[in-house]
Design a protein around this ligand. Structure first.
Ligand code: ZN
Length: 189
């Protein structure tokens, strides 16, 4: 059986979140090994909103009122994360308070939350920086441990993000790999 067939058998061919019976496909619940146990069957509306936090319509997720009680851990994980995302609406917090998760399921659910909350690297204007971007220095910077001053206006190409520090990026200035504070750079168009 394919994953989707397994999921259809498990769910009775309906979205395991909202019960819709159209636009169904497997949705991996990250971090996932791709097995049916770590996927859910979800409709296109649910999948779109799961992947695009800005498109979430809180009212659609009233369906979690029922589906949060699913016996399927992957469904519980998604319900937990979505309620968490929406908790400022009030009612999702009430549901979260009622929700019970086994320890290992809770660990899985929270692993996803941590990933969502991972701080992003942003420049002096708040623009999100990605590895490989080019940035411009907005002030003269003395490079630690050398006589080099990186001049304001210098373009730094192909930056790297310092993984454990959202305030730092790395890039080459005059052939030297240096650490630069994100508040001193501006992303180039
Ligand atoms: Zn759905």
């Amino acid at each position: 059986m394919s994953i989707e067939e397994e999921l259809r058998a498990r769910s009775g061919s309906v979205c395991e979140l909202c019960g819709a019976d159209t636009g169904l496909a497997a949705y991996e619940v990250a971090p996932s090994d791709g097995s049916a146990d770590q996927c859910i069957l979800a409709c296109s509306i649910c999948r779109t909103q799961l992947d695009n936090p800005e498109s979430v319509e809180a009212n659609h997720w009233r369906c979690l009122n029922d589906s949060m009680w699913s016996q399927v851990p992957a469904v519980q994980v998604i319900a937990f994360r979505m309620l968490h995302r929406l908790r400022d609406e009030g009612w999702p917090q009430d549901l979260l308070d009622m929700m019970y998760l086994e320890d290992d399921v809770r660990t899985w659910a929270e692993a996803g939350l941590a990933a969502e909350k991972a701080p992003r690297h942003v420049d002096s204007n708040g623009a999100v920086l990605e590895a490989g971007d080019t940035v411009t220095l907005i002030k003269d910077l003395d490079v630690k441990g050398s006589s080099l001053t990186a001049k304001r206006g210098t373009a730094v190409r192909n930056i790297r993000l310092v993984a454990d520090n959202p305030e730092q990026i790395e890039g080459k200035v005059e052939g030297q790999q240096i650490v630069i504070l994100t508040k001193f750079v501006k992303k180039s168009g």
